[in-house]
Design a protein around this ligand. Structure first.
Ligand SMILES: [Zn+2]
Length: 197
């Protein structure tokens, strides 16, 4: 899976495949490329952005291109990758998945004060994967140390889960537009903490 492009002054454009399934974030330049090559199947968002190009020597008019905030891309334009791929595990997305809440004390902390806790410690054969990690504050992580929650007498306040593609797209972009968020939230799984209650 591609890492999300760096956030810039312009919002990222959400692309979908021909089934309307969220695919990935692209820069507006990339979206304009899709428009120019006639690869946009349909727009699905409520927001449009207009970009102005150079002035044509023959007509004297300024070129203009409009991109929608969510666009479906015609089949062959999308790289053939598995849509069911497990998103890579990063602290930023992990803390975001767990909404910056420590799984042991329930406190909400800034990223600097959070750690990735392996429920079954790596020293005991625990693996570094979504289902074995939760967000923990530094002091809870220290208290738990190389123990399982049971051994440390600590209880998990929430269960880990693997984010699906749509949720990963939410987690990996900090500047999501309202219509893009609405669209993605409809595609997250029921166990997601991003599911509206
Ligand atoms: Zn804690």
């Amino acid at each position: 899976m591609d890492p999300a492009p760096a956030a810039s002054a312009h919002p990222l454009i959400l692309t979908l495949d021909m089934h309307g399934v969220p695919h990935r974030w692209v820069s507006w330049q990339h979206a304009i490329f899709y428009y120019a090559k006639d690869l946009v199947a349909w727009p699905a968002g409520e927001t449009s952005f207009t970009f102005r190009g150079g002035v044509s020597r023959t007509t004297g008019s300024r070129s203009e291109i409009v991109t929608n905030s969510i666009i479906a891309i015609k089949g062959k334009a999308l790289p053939a990758r598995s849509f069911s791929q497990v998103p890579p595990l990063n602290n930023r997305e992990l803390f975001h998945r767990d909404r910056h809440v420590c799984a042991y004390c329930g406190g909400e902390f800034s990223s600097q004060r959070l750690t990735r806790d392996h429920i079954l410690p790596v020293s005991r054969g625990g693996r570094d994967m979504w289902m074995n990690v939760v967000t923990a504050c530094r002091s809870c992580n220290q208290r738990k140390s190389g123990c399982t929650p049971d051994q440390a007498g600590m209880e998990l306040l929430y269960a880990p889960y693997v984010p699906n593609k749509a949720e990963y797209l939410i987690l990996s972009n900090r500047h999501i537009l309202a219509d893009q968020m609405d669209f993605l939230v409809r595609h997250v799984t029921v166990n997601s903490r991003w599911k509206p209650s």
